[in-house]
Design a binder for this molecule. Sequence first.
Ligand code: APR
Ligand code: ZN
Length: 378
Amino acid sequence: MRTTAAVAVEPGKPLEIMEVNLELPKAGEVLVEIKATGICHTDEFTRSGANKGGNFPVILGHEGAGVVVAVGENVSTLKPGDHVIPLYAPECRQCHACTTGKTNMCTAIRRNQDKGLLPDGTTRFSMLDGTPIHHYMGCSTFANHTVVAEISLAKIRKDAPFDKICYVGCGVTTGVGAVINTAGVEVGSTTAVFGLGGIGLNVIQGLRMAGADMIIGVDLNNDKREIAEKFGMTHFVNPAELDGQSVSEAIIEMSKTEEDDWGGVDYTFESTGNVHVMEEALKAAHRGWGESIVIGVPPSGQKLAAEPIQLLTGRVWKGTSFGGVRGRTEVPKYVDWYMDGKIEIDSMITHIMPLEDINKAFDLMHAGESIRSVVTFE
Ligand code: APR
Ligand code: ZN
């Protein structure tokens, strides 16, 4: 069949809207009609060429929602008409990683997924001249139709609006999951969130759900303050307005109490993707037990630095991918939380556009004007 897609032909160039060939799903694969897709920094990371592991040409996009059109052989958990969210973190429930119960980092199809291929090592997309087009993160949602592995699809309820719940495919789940799954924040915790963008706001709403008492937001942009407060932020720090003090020192001061003259917060979350901010986030975690969760993705090759004494005195440095969420099992619950009003999404979707305008979404991201842009298909 043919479908319309935004193709990243070469790194650093705008996406090109074109008709492409799409083969029908093979064994264990599913054809999905994408109804809506968010545009995330990770797409830009690859489009720009900053991701040294990028494969081109490629159809980017990993934050989508749609409807199953057809299934290949041996597909038992999905049927045409089912509503789905593609998962860049699949869940096979059989590999060693899945069966440990300790992680969401399923390894079943990882190697081929990182090469831009489906699990059998081939692609279903090609240009009309026959040039193969790579898949992206096992999803490729910047296309009206895509083929995805069965284990990379979460089946969701049918009454949820695609143009909102597509955001559950990455940003919402990454932020809320980092709080609930990765950190396991307890009621009454003190916390700090570095970077109040599309990820950080979701960390904040996760902290509110978890019952954190103090939620300190850190951002260089004062314009982020108002919306972060709506999501539950209780205190704000702009590192550029600190007068010589470091952000970690400021947070330590703010969190001192009568009983605790040491200061530092129980949990910190880094969602800027800046390695220096990651070190500040570690230092702001409380001596003895504070945990710092790394969520942002820095440019390829950059290294973290911290004095070992930070860890020797009991701080914990942790990373998280997709919020530690097992997609097929837990993503339907996130959609329920949205439908039940426990998670807010609507106010974070700042721009909606057709596929033809997708390059504008990258411009808005660079200008810091959007929280999330979403492309919808007719
Ligand atoms: N200190 C504090 N805040 C900062 C800093 C800094 N040094 N640098 C950037 N910020 C703020 C920005 O002002 C912005 O509000 O961090 C926020 C980042 O938000 P977005 O640009 O919306 O990015 P988001 O989608 O949330 O992703 C966060 O995770 O995976 C990575 O590449 C992604 O780096 C990005 C990060
Ligand atoms: Zn697995």
